[in-house]
Design a protein around this ligand. Structure first.
Ligand code: AHN
Ligand code: ZN
Length: 329
């Protein structure tokens, strides 16, 4: 990353008075496990990718910010050595609005049959419909967590895959038009499947004929400080071994405080349509709050979902867990 200089001072030997003390031998820790498999997910780089998306403004379909951010993803994925497919579609929203949408796919190792799908949505919600202040309901949100965080993690993963080719095929899909579902203030409207329009389209029209992966991982709201990833109910129901593999890897790396060993609620998200349309397991890593009314964090679909709530440490926990999984495959 240009313009970022991370200066790390490593103090190997400490001169204390006139005695020279060697530092104690560190216990085998999460960092030494990660170092031994040479997985390095850059914490600052992932954060900058989130900030860059937010800087475009809300990425609401049919806006200039949305178009520009789409170009940004294509550029970055190409720069990181991915083979890029852009899938354009006009998708009909719950209220009849025609959304000019783009699903953006970055392919690594197209030569390999064994594939893993990594996905997130890149659009942001046009409504702050869960804000307590109703005056904000028609305002679009920054979606730093809801949208940008998952894509930020995936862009840093793509950078790493460009530096060190995986021995398994990896497809990174940035889905559009996930967050244009029926607003909470329009209670009389009943439209089924109003969320996840981009993934619904892709699942019926994959970028490669008969596309299949061994499994998929969806990232949704993976950037907030102290996030808690409960095992999403549908993921456990449809893909328990994948959930266990990911949560075990996270725990081994020292990220057990994010990857909670408990089952959370069922969430309608892009993974549901991926599974239904493509018929392979896909799990959802999503920030879940069992004590809230909505099941989501208090910033969900409010103006508080901005860069201030993003903690690079959370992005790091998720990114390093997935990279470890890919390289250990
Ligand atoms: C529903 O509210 C039905 N699903 C949540 C999916 C979502 C919205 N993820 C992020 N924003
Ligand atoms: Zn949302």
């Amino acid at each position: 990353m240009k313009g970022i200089l991370v200066v790390v001072f490593v103090c190997g030997l400490c001169a204390c008075g006139n005695k020279v003390r060697l530092p104690p031998t560190p216990p085998p820790s999460a960092t030494s496990i990660a170092a031994s498999t040479s997985v390095t997910f850059d914490i600052d780089s992932a954060y900058v990718y989130v900030a860059q998306q937010v800087a475009f403004g809300p990425r609401v379909p049919n806006t200039a910010a949305h178009r520009a951010c789409g170009e940004f993803f294509v550029d970055v994925l190409k720069r990181h050595g991915a083979q890029v497919h852009v899938q354009e579609a006009e998708l009909k929203a719950y209220d009849g609005t025609r959304l000019q949408a783009r699903n953006i796919v970055g392919v690594y190792r197209p030569d390999l049959a064994q594939r893993i799908l990594l996905c997130a949505h890149w659009d942001s919600r046009p409504f702050a419909d869960h804000d307590t202040d109703t005056a904000n309901h028609l305002h679009p949100i920054d979606g730093a967590d809801d949208g940008a965080s998952g894509c930020g993690v995936l862009l840093e993963i793509s950078r790493q895959l460009g530096l060190r080719a995986p021995t398994v095929g990896v497809d990174i899909i940035l889905f559009d038009a996930e967050d244009y579902g029926v607003p909470a203030f329009d209670k009389e409207i009943y439209v089924t499947d109003s969320w996840c329009l981009g993934s619904q389209f892709w699942a019926k029209n994959p970028h490669v004929k008969d596309y299949r992966a061994e499994y998929g991982i969806l990232l949704d709201m993976v950037g907030a400080k102290d996030a808690s990833f409960f095992k999403e109910w549908l993921s456990v129901h449809k893909a328990a071994p994948i959930v266990e593999k990911i949560w075990n890897t996270a725990r081994r790396l020292g990220y057990g405080r994010y990857f909670v060993d408990a089952i959370g609620g069922a969430i309608t998200d892009d993974h549901v349509y991926v599974m239904a349309g493509r018929r392979f397991p896909c799990i959802d890593i999503i920030h879940y709050d069992p004590d809230s009314q909505t099941g989501f964090a208090s910033h969900w679909h409010t103006p508080s979902d901005n860069l201030q709530i993003i903690d690079p440490k959370t992005l790091h926990a998720v990114g390093e867990t997935i990279l470890t999984l890919l390289y250990e495959n």
